[in-house]
Design a protein around this ligand. Structure first.
Ligand code: WT7
Length: 659
């Protein structure tokens, strides 16, 4: 093989600062920093140009942006269809026979499946007609509970084609969480599978779905045969996809959707026990998905893009479906676990398929770095030209390993900050412009603006930690609301600093060159292995055990997962703590949320620190576990409990600790 290309060079003076080299600049879609200025002069004109250039519209808009903060709309009156933009328009070009999805199953012996854009087009049309036949219409909600198989993209695009709203639920979420989401969304149909492979185990997804469906509004179930497990079908409710597919009409005309019509709902955790159904609409979301994929990952027609996120998270929606497909790119999706059946699986896939862009989470990087830091060197990873990170702050050590060992010191890393709510990446460096600096995510995407505010809502001084907010015009891909709860939308995002400031919930610092260093969540939201969890949901799950009086959950740092939950549990009078009971509590979490939310540790206590009004002081619990100074605890309702907790968790205090 020829000498692999190099795309970055070190800064001549500063350590840990990289710039795209000439080769990268000449290849990149954007390589001139003036794009930032151009966009900020007139952001709405900028987005208007991008929306026109990037997407096919049935009808143009009459107004680009309209705002009555905290509410806003983009491309008013414009009409388009997301599935048309992801398949039809490619089928009408040379891309018709280009690979859209390369699917890698988990079992090593099983063949890889490739769907060209034409294949995808056929499947989407048939599934869309099937949905219609089963009574799904525009605006109806469809639940999707599927593993990482190509039918998941088919299902999403089929919904989009007929204007139905999809609500994808992560396949590793429990029955109970699926049920909650189906109920909240009022879904009338569910698309699921008989099962899938995870670490060599066949998971029976149908059984989980069945348990969730009782007492919901779901009337019909489309079942994809992935394993051939011989599951039971419920007559007049359940249908095999392969049977329906063969009967379905091959063409379904795409519904012209208003730009502001809902494309999907995706549930995410907030600070309360109830997940929020984040609403994304069509035109603005797709515009942001298209352009962030194109500019940040610098995707070209000869690239193979692999985003390792599950479809159940927003990263999967935007970068495993709408972004790459609207672009006509080739993407790889993988069914299984990154460390199965061996720790080199990810590198093996990169080598075998020639992946050029790898987008993953710090937790996976740290895990693979820890098990064998030299393993990637045994594989030919020279096809890689760009790396990406998302979901939580990436620490310097992991960054360096990713850069040197995986990227061979040749590839830029884009550290992309965004949220379920933002729909697409908003803070990142652009690889053709740079700079690329470890632990610094980068600048606001052109046409968007973020600030760091202090407690009083004043701009925080350069380098100081503060609250990360977005200011108008709000990015086109931003959420438009919370399903069924308009008040929560205002309260959660627009009450801290008023309706002109979207509050992200993250702490960050403004660095040199308008770049942001993201610190992480400031609220009771946990990021465990990149997964977003709410402490309240965990607490409710644990407290649902009849022997539990109260539970308090906090996150503590973890070498691989970034953060893990620790539960403080108060048992009812007379109940003895036992290892058996601890297992039962973990099971409660499995049932309510899923194994990803399992507490790392359960500490049985007689009480937890509370304010005089009875609010649990999680801050003190966090500090106890991290050996940080506790500050003044005398104003607590129950200061004496702190002493008990100190000895229980082995608190060593910290140097310079206040009394
Ligand atoms: C939270 C959002 C957005 C896709 C996956 C997560 C954290 C996200 C970064 C990053 C530091 C990050 C933030 C954010 N986060 N990306 N590059 N650096 N932190 O979506 O589940 O909605 O979580 O993830 O804390 O608020 P999500």
């Amino acid at each position: 093989m020829a000498k692999p290309s190099k795309w970055v060079e070190r800064d001549k003076v500063k350590e840990n600062v990289y710039w795209p080299n000439e080769e990268m600049k000449s290849r990149a879609w954007v390589h001139d920093a003036s794009i930032y200025e151009e966009a900020s002069k007139d952001p709405t004109a900028f987005w208007s140009r991008l929306a026109k250039e990037g997407l096919d519209w049935v009808e143009g808009w009459s107004e680009v942006y309209q705002a009555k903060p905290p509410h806003f709309k983009w491309f008013l009156g414009g009409k388009l269809n997301a599935s048309y933009n992801c398949v039809d328009r490619h089928v009408n070009t040379w891309r018709r026979n280009k690979a859209a999805i390369i699917w890698v199953p988990e079992p090593l012996g099983e063949p890889v499946r490739t769907l060209t854009y034409m294949d995808l087009y056929r499947e989407v049309n048939r599934m869309a007609n099937t949905l219609r036949k089963l009574g799904v219409g525009k605006g109806d909600r469809v639940g999707i509970y599927l593993p990482m198989i190509p039918e998941v993209q088919v299902a999403m695009l089929a919904c989009a084609r007929i204007g139905a709203v999809h609500s994808v639920v992560f396949s590793a979420f429990s029955s109970a969480s699926l049920k909650d989401r189906l109920l909240d969304a009022g879904a009338k149909l569910l698309i699921t599978a008989d099962g899938y492979y995870r670490r060599g185990k066949a998971i029976n997804l149908k059984a989980q779905a069945d348990a969730a469906l009782k007492d919901t509004k779901v009337e019909k179930v489309i079942l994809v045969k992935r394993l051939g497990l011989g599951v039971e079908l419920e007559k007049s409710r359940d249908y095999w996809w392969h049977e329906l597919r063969d009967e379905a009409e091959p063409y379904c005309s795409p519904e012209p959707m208003d730009s502001e019509d809902i494309l999907f709902i995706l549930y995410t955790s907030g600070t309360t026990g109830k997940p929020k159904g984040i609403i994304h609409e069509t035109g603005g979301y797709l515009t942001q998905a298209y352009w962030t994929t194109r500019w940040i990952f610098d995707v070209h027609d000869d690239d193979l893009f692999w985003c390792t996120s599950d479809i159940g998270w927003v990263t999967g929606h935007t970068y495993n479906c709408y972004g790459p497909l609207s672009l006509g790119a080739t993407m790889l999706i993988y069914e299984g676990a990154p460390d199965y059946p061996h720790y080199g699986r990810v590198w093996e896939i990169v080598e075998e398929h020639g992946v050029t862009i790898l987008y993953t989470a710090p937790t996976m990087i740290r895990m693979l770095m820890k098990v064998d830091p030299d393993l990637p060197r045994k594989y030919d990873l020279t096809s890689l030209r760009l790396l990406g990170s998302v979901g939580e702050p990436i620490n310097l050590e992991a960054w360096k390993w990713f850069f040197e060992v995986v990227g061979g010191g040749r590839c830029p890393i884009v550290d992309t900050w965004w949220q379920t709510e933002t729909g697409g990446i908003l803070i990142s460096s652009l690889p053709g412009i740079g700079p690329i600096i470890p632990t610094v995510a980068g600048r606001s995407f052109p046409g968007t603006k973020h600030l760091i505010l202090d407690e009083e809502g004043r701009p925080a001084p350069m380098g100081e930690e503060g609250y990360l907010v977005q200011i108008p015009p709000f990015a086109p891909g931003m959420l438009r609301g919370i399903w069924g709860d308009p008040k929560r939308y205002v309260d959660t995002y627009f009450s801290q600093f008023g309706p002109e400031y979207y509050f992200t919930g993250d702490g960050a610092r403004m660095m040199e060159g308008e770049a942001f260093r993201i610190i992480g969540r400031l609220d009771d939201v946990l990021k465990v292995a990149g997964h977003r969890l709410s402490t309240a949901e965990l607490e409710n799950a644990i407290a649902s055990h009849p022997k539990v009086a109260e539970a308090a959950v906090v996150g503590v740092p973890h070498e691989v997962k970034g953060e893990v939950p620790v539960a403080f549990v108060i048992l009812k009078a007379g109940v003895e703590p036992t290892p058996e009971l601890e297992r039962e509590l973990v099971k409660k979490v499995d049932e309510a949320i899923g194994p990803i939310a399992r507490p790392e540790r359960v500490v049985f206590v007689t009480d937890v620190p509370k304010t005089r009004s009875g609010k649990i002081m999680r801050r003190i619990l966090r500090k106890l576990l991290r050996n940080e100074p506790l500050g003044d605890v005398t104003t607590l309702m129950n200061p004496e409990v702190v002493e008990e907790l100190k000895s229980l968790v082995g608190y060593r205090g910290s140097r310079g600790a206040s009394p």
